[in-house]
Design a binder for this molecule. Structure first.
Ligand code: CTP
Ligand code: MG
Length: 220
């Protein structure tokens, strides 16, 4: 679980994963959902070296959780966690990478991802694009309407075999590829991960309005 971001776009005085929703930190909501799932055994959380909030979370005392140092970008945080996992696990073990900032992920979507991705060699949760999509020039003038058929928003969790994901991510970063999610590293390595449709409520808390939306989804 990458959780080493600063939350700049949120603009709060603490990193967004530590903001409270209904009296519980965002990261505690996320970890609770993952660790109550029957298919998930342990979680490795990547934390910033400047993090001073983790020890105060309810999750900090949970011995199914280990923490590692985060990195400069999300992909470096994920790679650090995969490195730690590789020490103690088989390369064929499955790993799910999930953003700390997505506390609304549904257990049944995790189950569907686990079922479908494990049968396919890897996959990611996402939702189909519903709006009309446009590409613009740098001035914001529309150049074209992008065919929205088969276009998806890619969310997390993203699920792959540990060894393959570790090696692909490491190689993609060494090759200077911009890796914004795990699937892009796997695609770069020649794999075709499966897109698994999940709920659109699995938002990434990014800006202040997202926090209100997450608060609503978590009250359902
Ligand atoms: N993340 C991380 N290490 C980084 C950057 C981000 O582990 N160096 C984590 C974040 O904590 C978050 C997830 O990756 O759980 C998704 O990233 P994002 O939404 O971009 O979070 P931030 O980087 O914190 O936000 P911002 O980009 O607005 O600063
Ligand atoms: Mg970021």
């Amino acid at each position: 679980m990458p959780a080493a971001g600063a939350g700049r776009r949120m603009g709060a005085d603490i990193p967004k994963q530590y903001l409270q929703i209904h009296g519980k930190a965002v990261i505690d909501w996320t970890l609770e959902t993952l660790l109550s799932h029957e298919d998930i055994e342990t979680v490795t959380v990547a934390l910033s070296s400047q993090d001073e909030y983790w020890p105060d979370t309810q999750s900090a005392a949970d011995h199914r959780i280990q923490t590692v140092a985060g990195g400069r970008e999300r992909c470096h945080s994920v790679l650090n966690a995969l490195e730690a996992l590789s020490q103690e696990n088989d390369e064929n073990d499955w790993v799910l990478v999930h953003d700390a900032a997505r506390p609304c992920v549904r257990p049944e979507d995790i189950s569907r991802l686990v079922q479908q991705a494990s049968a396919h060699g890897g996959g990611v949760l996402g939702v189909p694009v519903h709006d009309t999509m446009k590409r613009t020039d740098t001035q914001g003038r529309i150049l074209e309407t992008v065919e929205r058929d088969r276009l998806w928003h890619a969310f997390t969790p993203q699920m792959f075999p540990l060894g393959k994901l570790h090696d692909s991510l490491q190689a993609a970063l060494a090759a200077g590829i911009a890796v914004t999610d795990e699937a892009s590293a796997m695609e770069w390595a020649g794999c075709q991960p499966l897109m698994v449709e999940g709920a659109s409520s699995n938002i990434k808390i990014t800006r202040p309005a997202d926090l209100l939306l997450a608060e609503f989804y978590l009250s359902l």
